[in-house]
Design a protein. Structure first.
Length: 358
């Protein structure tokens, strides 16, 4: 009976060392993402201290630069630790689909624009549903300024800096380092790290919606600047959503939310399908099967650290506002001139005068 049992294959020392190397590679990408949290907290916190003394334009530039450095620096250290050059990141391109690269970039940009808008609408609808149950989630809105010029300045500057920085870190460095081992897991790890790069849950949903699409685009076309274009369109879409939300302050935008969500989702998925048509799998050289690579991902400590950070971020930004009758802090404040319940004033009720009684 025991002879018929399937024996576990014995791995050679070379194979064990290779799997350990893959695990270290996955850990390196996700640990760099965790370090982004630390750098972002420190650098953006320091930049926030200058807000009272700087004008809007200077403060916005300083804050976005601090955010860009916090994202890029951990991945630069990771890349230098592997002793890789930076130049190929910006110059590498695919030869197979170069004839239609411009058209593909346009369809990709349209796809991520629509999917990003649909993701923001989905988050807003989910928040409205949770608020009906008494559960509220704090989502930080960007500072769009007080004028059209300030809003345009924020959109242009944030789009350029975030698009270049995020794609440099997650596609140019992370995914490019993982792809030779296994292409599917490279898109998976880079996409999840990209989605969880900070604790903003609304942006995490947007990044999940477009991150894997941009990752697949990078694998097929090897066009870093095309990925920057796609990421920039995603940033513009999110900014436009916030602008519309600030304009329709009375909730008029929510009346069209289901229609906008459905229309943007259908258009985004349709453009994405055309982007990768015809569907073909390029048999590029891979040193590791998807099964083995997935085993190394889920045996990595950093993936659970990253998930724990996101769960903690969700926990501290989600709260209930249901009033507790026993909580005195939630009792209504008495209005001026109105007697609170069970109020007794001896002079008012009995007409007594302390001076006469004395």
């Amino acid at each position: 009976m025991s002879e018929n049992k399937r024996k576990k294959p014995v791995l050679s020392l070379e194979e064990m060392a290779h799997r350990e190397q893959i695990r270290d590679l996955f850990n390196g990408v996700m640990v760099a993402t965790v370090i982004v949290w630390v750098f972002r907290f420190c650098l953006c916190g320091l930049a926030s201290l200058t807000k009272p003394v700087l004008d809007y334009y200077s403060y916005t530039l300083l804050y976005l630069l601090a955010e860009a450095v916090a994202v890029a620096l951990p991945f630069v250290i990771f890349h230098k630790g592997r002793r890789e050059e930076f130049a190929p990141i910006f110059t590498e391109s695919s030869v197979s689909d170069s004839d239609h690269s411009v058209l593909h970039c346009l369809f990709g940009a349209f796809a991520v624009f629509c999917l990003s808008f649909a993701a923001m609408e989905a988050v807003d609808l989910l928040r409205s549903l949770l608020e009906g149950w008494g559960v509220h989630t704090a989502i930080d809105a960007p500072d769009l300024g007080q004028s059209v010029l300030q809003t345009g300045y924020y959109i242009v500057l944030s789009t350029v800096l975030r698009a270049v920085t995020l794609e440099f870190a997650f596609r140019g460095i992370a995914q490019r380092a993982l792809a030779p081992e296994n292409r599917f897991c490279a898109v998976l790890v880079a996409g999840l790290s990209f989605a969880f790069v900070d604790g903003n849950m609304a942006l995490a949903v947007v990044r999940l919606a477009v991150g894997f699409l941009i990752g697949a685009f990078y694998l097929r076309f090897r066009n870093f600047w095309g990925c920057v274009l796609l990421q920039g369109c995603s940033q513009v879409s999110v900014s436009i959503w916030w602008v519309l939300r600030s304009i329709f302050v009375n909730g008029e935008l929510s009346l069209y939310s289901p229609f906008l969500l459905l229309a943007c989702f259908v258009l985004g998925v349709g453009a994405a399908l055309y982007l990768f048509y015809p569907f073909r799998y390029e048999k590029a050289s891979q040193t590791t099967s998807a099964k083995v690579a997935l085993q190394q991902i889920f045996s990595s400590f950093a993936v659970y650290l990253l998930i724990g950070l996101m769960a903690f971020s969700l926990l501290i930004t989600t709260f209930s506002t249901d009033a507790d009758p026993a909580d005195p802090l939630l009792q209504p404040t008495p209005e001026e001139g109105v007697k609170p319940p069970l109020h007794f004033d001896r002079e008012e009720e009995l007409g007594t005068d302390d001076g006469l009684n004395s």
